[in-house]
Design a protein. Structure first.
Length: 264
């Protein structure tokens, strides 16, 4: 079946999903405020123009009841159980029978989120990666009660988006973040121990290990606040420099500065 996709959220992941989904279906995107909606629309238009994707079928709204028309709803708000649960409560009151509710969590328990949603059999973890329009992987995580219809439609959605879906167990960080963030934080510790700059370590890992992006650029790209939340969830110690930068409001690319300067 062709899904009508709705996205609850207006950040980088949410707008990336909207542009990706626009290639195959109508899309509804809910933002909490008019200001957030304007930013989301601008981000969608910018990505679409760069990739030459028609996003005329994407509707940005500040009225959450508009998402009731969707058959596949995707929560894409901040990586915090309480915040996600608050959104689930709003969606549960409008979601129609048969619609699927997905979460883009990158590290939280799918079973616990499914419990918060109240929609166990039609719930799924749909972990996409930034930038959503380019990254090919989707980590799919199903709660124990997920129906065959939920599983089949989630796999089909990934295929329609031309992504590779890998199903995995419900463990903190799943596979990518479980392996990735201990490495990223070890790079921060190496920087502190060696006196090398973030730029030099990034260059070493790009030129010597073939990584498309060095660890510090990647931390900044993810966002240091999000990176800290993921690290806490998977039980990886957070380096002091990460805490210091967050306290200074230097969250990475989205704030213009983190380990690297993105203001140029």
């Amino acid at each position: 079946m062709s899904e009508t996709v709705a996205v609850a959220g207006s950040g980088t992941i949410a707008t990336g999903i909207a542009v990706t989904a626009a290639k195959t279906s109508k899309v509804l995107l809910w933002a909490r405020s008019a200001e957030s909606a304007a930013r989301a629309q601008k981000a969608i238009d910018k990505q679409a123009a760069k990739l030459e994707i028609d996003v005329s079928g994407v509707t940005v709204t500040t009225t959450i009841e508009d998402l009731a028309a969707a058959t596949y709803l995707i929560e894409a708000v901040s990586e915090d159980h309480a915040t996600k649960s608050e959104v689930f409560a709003k969606l549960e009151s409008i979601i129609h029978e048969g619609a699927i509710l997905a979460t883009t969590t990158s590290s939280l328990s799918i079973e616990k989120l499914a419990e918060s949603s109240g929609i166990h059999e039609r719930f799924v973890g749909l972990h996409v990666f930034n930038p959503v329009t380019k990254m090919e992987l989707i980590e799919l995580i199903f709660p124990a009660a997920a129906s065959d219809d939920t599983k089949d439609r989630s796999r089909a959605l990934a295929t329609a988006w031309e992504k590779t879906a890998v199903e995995m167990p419900d463990m903190p960080g799943f596979v990518v973040n479980k392996l990735l963030f201990p490495f990223l934080f070890s790079a921060v510790e190496l920087k502190e121990q060696s006196g090398l700059s973030a730029k030099d370590i990034d260059a070493c890992m790009q030129l010597g290990a073939g990584q498309p992006m060095g660890p510090f650029a990647l931390l900044d790209f993810v966002g240091l606040d999000v990176s800290k939340a993921i690290g806490q969830t998977i039980g990886t110690p957070i380096p002091a420099e990460v805490d210091r930068l967050i306290a200074e409001g230097k969250l990475g690319r989205k704030s213009g500065e983190g380990f690297l300067d993105w203001r140029r």
